[in-house]
Design a protein around this ligand. Sequence first.
Ligand code: ATP
Ligand code: MG
Length: 264
Amino acid sequence: MEKKEVLMAEVITIANRKGGVGKTTTALNLAYSLKELGKKVLVIDLDPQANLTRCFDVENLENIKTIGHLLMAELEEESYSVEDYVISYDEIDIIPSSIYLSVTETQMRSETGSERILSEIIELVREHYDCILIDTSPSLNILTINALCAADSVLITADTQLFAIVGISELLKTIQKIKKRVNPKLSVKGILLTMCDSRTNLSKLLTEQVEEMYQGKIKVFQTKIPKTVKVGEAIYSGQSIKKYAKGSSVDLAYDHLAKEICYE
Ligand code: ATP
Ligand code: MG
């Protein structure tokens, strides 16, 4: 983190209560596309599954300082420096996760007022970044609540399956409550449809349904992320799409999304 110019990051939490809808894939590849636009990006892996961390080729996961340790330090009111928990990879900064985060989560659940712990941490580094992306787990636990309390906006990912779309409305209710009670600045950045398959009628139908349902209320990103085996292959080899399949349809889609986020 050599750059000391003062920036003021927009904090975007990526969420959906349904699992497997492209949250982690979006956090990873959007980070790379934002970097290509010259943005200084921090990604925070707030899922004990640590899937995002693995894509950043972080070694020695058992022995590194993670978001679980960082939240615990803030919770215990220990002195710490956030920079010690940040790893840089391909000019993107990441605060990694590990299974230890589930220990932290248990501890956080039993403390009153712990929904703002992550927010306290982010305020310390906000001025070093243009964008901070938080990847969350599908459960609406105290960690995800922290991510919503720390965010300026929420990017909701949904694949074109009915349950993911039900997940959107459940999440929107939670967002409204958090906005009212804890974080009045919270807004919805938009709904991103992932794993879109233009060849199947169901995919097309559900895409149209989401667009109709939220038209004029919530932005549905123009960008749709196509379904392609390249995503799985890239993850399998521990890489971003930008490295594994630069110029592919899904790479271009994430570039397009980054532009929609930055310039619209
Ligand atoms: P979880 O809720 O478990 O954290 P998630 O919402 O983060 O899941 P991902 O891990 O990003 O979802 O994706 C779930 C699965 O779908 C992965 O196996 C991934 O490879 C695959 N996938 C994601 N995006 C695409 C895509 N555009 N095309 C094809 N497969 C995809
Ligand atoms: Mg995930």
